[in-house]
Design a protein around this ligand. Sequence first.
Ligand SMILES: *[C@@H]1O[C@H](CO)[C@@H](O)[C@H](O)[C@H]1NC(C)=O
Length: 165
Amino acid sequence: MTCFSFYALLALASVGFATAGFQEPLQGSGSLLSDKWKWTQCGKPSDPVRIKSIQVSPDPPQPGANMTVTVVGQANEQIEDGAYADVSVKVGRIQLIHREFDLCEEARNAHTDIQCPVEEGEYTVVHTVELPKEIPKAPFNVAVRGFTVEDEPLVCLDLTIDFRT
Ligand SMILES: *[C@@H]1O[C@H](CO)[C@@H](O)[C@H](O)[C@H]1NC(C)=O
């Protein structure tokens, strides 16, 4: 289920990180030559998880090829079992997927180094997925809304990836 792991990755990408501090980036994008994707951090600076950087390789991502995503982020509070993310993926205005992911369970299933409870600190999450060859040649909008087990905001991330050539 390549598609599923692609979306799971996007959800997982949100459990990682960012840096507390006044200079933290609120958004980022690919290299200057590539404006094919970008991310925006929504939410508040006081959210438990803040994202510092996101990189993809190759940049821009290629349908049918492996894509490696590196997310650096900061957990400013312990992340406990029960944290979840609401992920919606749209192509234009058409919603492809709207799903809730148990972040700790996804991390366990993916055998990542980072396991719940996640202590405060800076984390780097690297994950590779094979992008489906038949991925629509269109702009994707991915909205990730993470919540703690107490239903408080955890992390907030919007991503756009444009697969048009
Ligand atoms: C992606 O990586 C996996 C594991 O390294 C490999 O088996 C697979 O052939 C790669 N796929 C492509 C399209 O390069």
